[in-house]
Design a protein around this ligand. Structure first.
Ligand SMILES: Cc1cc2nc3c(=O)[nH]c(=O)nc-3n(C[C@H](O)[C@H](O)[C@H](O)COP(=O)(O)O)c2cc1C
Length: 146
């Protein structure tokens, strides 16, 4: 299992952004592709975690990067995993109150958007995102069913 995460900033006005629509469509396509993960959005910034078969994840990432609704600014290859972190989420949208429920409401401020590998070190960023994903997965029971 291969995983990738990225931060991007939205190029669409917040009022016109259909987050549930993006996540719903993504979930349908991802289910067919065998991709799982989650998507966060806050104050114009997206954070997405994608996992699946290496080739499929990289191909999907290519098409997501071409999407004019956002500009990807920081992409992190998380590498190979023994098993999926989010087997039940084809693409779960987590809003701020969801993150509060899993005690991670401060995470977005420190999201990848602000992380410069020269400052933090690439291995530290990878370790942090892996820990974040494991944390969210461990607390899934605190979230409403998608
Ligand atoms: C923030 C963001 C996240 C997205 N995540 C996914 C995703 O996980 N899976 C997916 O298939 N499309 C996702 N999309 C949509 C893709 O960028 C793209 O529009 C879609 O895959 C194109 O599909 P099509 O070639 O079948 O029209 C996302 C778009 C945005 C803006």
């Amino acid at each position: 299992m291969f995983a990738i995460a990225y931060a991007s900033y939205s190029t669409v006005d917040a009022g016109k952004l259909d987050l549930d629509g993006i996540a719903r469509e993504a979930a349908v396509k991802n289910a067919a592709l065998g991709i799982t993960g989650y998507l966060c959005y806050d104050h114009g910034v997206f954070f997405q975690y994608l996992e699946g078969e290496r080739h499929t994840v990289l191909e999907l990432m290519d098409s997501i990067e071409k999407d004019p609704q956002h500009d990807v600014i920081n992409k992190v290859i998380l590498g190979e995993y023994d098993q999926r972190v989010f087997p039940d989420w084809s693409m779960r949208y987590l809003n701020r109150s969801d993150l509060r429920r899993v005690d991670l409401e401060h995470v977005l401020e420190h999201s990848l958007f602000h992380m410069d590998s020269k400052l933090y070190g690439q291995e530290n960023i990878v370790a942090l995102i892996r820990a974040l994903a494991a944390n969210i997965a461990a607390r899934q029971a605190h979230l409403k069913a998608a």
